[in-house]
Write a protein that binds this ligand. Sequence first.
Ligand code: SF4
Ligand code: F3S
Length: 374
Amino acid sequence: MDDGTIYDHLKKKGVSRRDFMKICGTLAGAMGLKSAPPLQQSSLPDFLNTMGETPAARVARALESRPRLPVIWLEFQDCAGCSEALTRSQSPTLIDLVLNVISVEYHETLTAAAGFQTEANKEAIMKQYHGQYVLVVEGSIPTAANGAYCTIGGRSAVDLLREAAEGAAAVIATGNCAAFGGLPKADPNPTGAEGVWDIITDKPVVNIPGCPAIPEVFTGTVAYFAVFGSLPELDDLHRPMTFYANTVHDRCLRRPFYEAGKFAKSFDDEGARKGWCLYKLGCKGPTTYNACATIKWDAGLSFPVQSGHPCLGCSEPNFWDGGGFYQGQSAPLDRPTLTTAGAAAAVGVVAGVAAAAANRGAQKRAETSTSEEE
Ligand code: SF4
Ligand code: F3S
C-alpha cells in the first residue's frame, strides 16, 4: 500500500480535480449520504462542518486528509458467493472507486500466493496496521469439535477470527453466514456454526446480511468507514440503516397487487403471469429488511421478487429455518386488512416505516409461525 492520502493516490493515477469531485459525488451517493456527519479529527471547528457543505464536498475533504484503508478479508464456512457477487458486480465504476479508497491487503479466496507465504503475509499486515485495518469476514464460524470443521494452516476459524479481530479498527460481517450463521447454521447445524458477533463481543460488528450481500451495500458501508473513519448508523441487528431501514415489501413493485388483494397461487397461474403479489407463494418480503427492491442486482436490472421468486428472507436471522417458499410456508405475519392498509397509505411513508418497525418486533416473536393468509 502506498503512503499519502487517498487524494494523493488518485492524483498519482492521473485523476484530475474535476474527476476527483465526480468520484466524491458518486461515493457520497453510494453511502446514501444526504447530509454528511461531522468529520472525525477535522481541523475545522464544528460550526464549519455543518455550514451547508454538500455531501460530495465533505467526502472530498475527507479523501484529501485520510490514507487508504487497509482491509483484511477472511473467509470461513460458506460458498464464496459474497466474494463472487462483488467481483462480478455490474457496477465496476463503483467497485473501482471503492478500491481506490481501500487497499485489500489479504483476501483468502482471491490471493495469488498460497500456503505459508500467504499466512506470513497476513501476519505482517496485522502487525504493520495494528489498530487501523478493517477486518471483513465472509462465512460462518464452526464452533463444534473445537472448530475442527474449518481450519486454515492448522488453526481453527474461531482462533483465526479472534486473532484478526483483536487488531482491527472495525469488523464487517458480509453475507448472512458471517452475520447470523446463514445456511450452515440451519437445523441440525452439525458444525455448530455461529455468526461473527456471537464470537467477537468486545467491539462493534457491522452486519451486511444477504445471500449473498448486495455488492453496492457492502461497498457503500466500507466506503463510509474509509471516508469518515466511523461506522454508519446501525439498526438493532447491526445493519446499516441506510440500506436496511425498509423491508423488501415497503418498496416492492408488486405492492399495489398486495394492497388490492391480488395474489399468484402458483408459479404458472394467471396471477403469476400478470405479475401479482407472491405472498401466498411464501414471500417473506413483509418481514425482510434489505435494499433489494431499490438497489436491485446487476446494475439495477432486477431482484428475486421482480424475477418471479418469493423473497426468502435472506437478510434476516434464522434464515433458512425461519420458513419460506422451500418449506411450503407463507410469510409469518398476516397480511394487513385492506382497511388497515388504506389507512397506512393515507398517512404515507412515515406510517409505513412505523409499521415496518412494529413488524420487526412481531417477526422476532413469530419466526416459525406458519399462518397462511386465505
Ligand atoms: Fe412484493 Fe412479497 Fe410484498 Fe407481495 S408480499 S408485495 S411479492 S414483497
Ligand atoms: Fe434475499 Fe429477499 Fe432480497 S431473498 S436477495 S432479501 S428479495
